[in-house]
Design a protein around this ligand. Sequence first.
Ligand SMILES: Nc1ncnc2c1ncn2[C@@H]1O[C@H](COP(=O)(O)OP(=O)(O)O)[C@@H](O)[C@H]1O
Ligand SMILES: [Mg+2]
Length: 247
Amino acid sequence: MEEKAKTSLKIENLTKNYNKTTAVKNLSLSLEGKDIFGFIGPNGAGKTTTIKCIAGLLSHQSGVISINGKDSKLFGDLSKKRIGYVPDTPFLYDKLTGREFLYFVGRIYGMKEADIEKEIEFYSKQMEFSDYMDSRTEEYSHGMKQRIVIASAFIHNPDILLVDEPMVGLDPKSSRIVKDLFKEGAKENRILFISTHTLSLAEELCTKIGIMDKGSLVYFGSISELKDKIKKENLEDIFLEITSKNE
Ligand SMILES: Nc1ncnc2c1ncn2[C@@H]1O[C@H](COP(=O)(O)OP(=O)(O)O)[C@@H](O)[C@H]1O
Ligand SMILES: [Mg+2]
């Protein structure tokens, strides 16, 4: 079997402006395969903007985003195939069933039918979804919709999975299933980049965290290093301490 090198994502001095608003200022961070990165910060801190820049959906004014050592601007669509993206407001086609939706996404990524079927089989079990696979997504609850959207971002086996706010409004069962999906989805050649408000999720799942405040990355590292540094035990206390300093 082909051995794949460890995936890397390096962001150097990323700056993104929308007209007069600077949404992201000089952001630098570096991640590698198997990292589950929790990107946290208050509303408007610049998380979604950063994720869209990495996904190639927004162009940035300055800085470099490198994936596996190569500037992502030079990659074109090929690099997009290596990325999975779950936006903060996911989109589903109401009239497609879960199976049809996964099929549709797999085909967009150029996957072979047999491979799509294998993945659908795997994820419908993993997501405890088998009973709903052939119902139209318009009949799904919020948690079920979110589960199928997240599975659809895994289906082409991406190197980098970008997930924007996956936990908003999830019931406990869906939340557990999504967390397990992330834990099991961490691999040598995959980076999980998860933006979240849910600090308990970051604490439970993430090997590294980044705290954004007003467009700047004010902390990057492990949660345990951060707790040592701030001398507080609770991530919520630390978060509030760090993000209120510039008020
Ligand atoms: N399309 C846009 N046009 C103008 N300003 C925007 C746009 N999207 C986001 N912003 C601004 O950029 C900043 C960062 O927003 P965003 O990246 O959505 O933050 P977060 O995801 O952390 O809540 C905010 O001040 C927001 O108002
Ligand atoms: Mg956002």
